[in-house]
Design a protein around this ligand. Structure first.
Ligand SMILES: Cc1cc2nc3c(=O)[nH]c(=O)nc-3n(C[C@H](O)[C@H](O)[C@H](O)COP(=O)(O)O)c2cc1C
Length: 187
């Protein structure tokens, strides 16, 4: 049987994004059991329903919707912008949720890891994202919750996690997420 594919959605477009580095580490932890792929969000024009309504859907939206439809699970790794989920990630959620009745998010398992240079670990963004994805009927892993604070101090120049406690925690998160994906698939 072919491996299930987890799409990874990162809420930062920054080249040296800490969120992306954490996401790549978690992807490695999942790779034995799953295929993983980073889904590119930077080329998606801001959501405007007129594009779909007038038959001028941007090709990048169509490609994104098709890419998401083919995934088996979603992992969101995001910083917090002003206590909320960054616009790039919310925009992707909105684009995937339309046209009405054709959401590409419906009924699949998901997880969220929030990342911050501060101490609160992106709690606000984590729950801001949850508000939308629960509505979109993504079956979100509830526990463990993953709030990675002080992220600037736990990565080396190559993006490796240098803090053993964080590494162990993210491994336990990856294990729980893997079990959750299989549980939802077998239901
Ligand atoms: C527009 C903006 C808003 C931010 N707001 C928050 C915030 O509300 N809470 C927080 O912990 N960090 C905040 N930060 C700091 C981010 O945690 C930090 O920039 C982080 O490195 C962004 O993630 P990235 O490295 O994946 O790009 C903000 C940064 C920016 C650019």
């Amino acid at each position: 049987m072919s491996k299930k594919t987890i799409g990874i959605f990162i809420g930062s477009l920054r080249k040296e994004s800490f969120s992306k580095k954490i996401a790549l580490s978690v992807a490695k932890m999942l790779e034995g059991q799953f295929e993983t792929r980073l889904v590119e969000l930077g080329g998606l024009a801001m959501f405007n329903q007129d594009f779909d309504d007038s038959g001028n859907t941007p090709p990048a939206w169509t490609a994104f919707r098709n890419e998401v439809k083919a995934l088996d699970a979603f992992l969101f790794v995001t910083p917090e912008y002003n206590r909320c989920v960054p616009a790039v990630l919310k925009n992707a959620l909105d684009i995937g949720s339309r046209p009405y009745g054709h959401s590409v998010w419906d009924g699949k398992p998901g997880g969220v890891i929030s990342v911050s240079i501060g101490k609160l670990g992106g709690f606000g963004a984590n729950h801001d994202l949850r508000q939308a994805v629960v509505f979109l009927n993504i079956f979100m892993l509830q526990q463990p919750e993953a709030y990675i604070g002080g992220v600037a101090n736990i990565l080396d120049a190559a993006g490796n996690i240098t803090d053993a406690g964080t590494r162990d925690f993210l491994q336990s998160y990856a294990d729980a997420f893997a079990a959750w994906i299989n549980k939802i698939a077998d239901r």
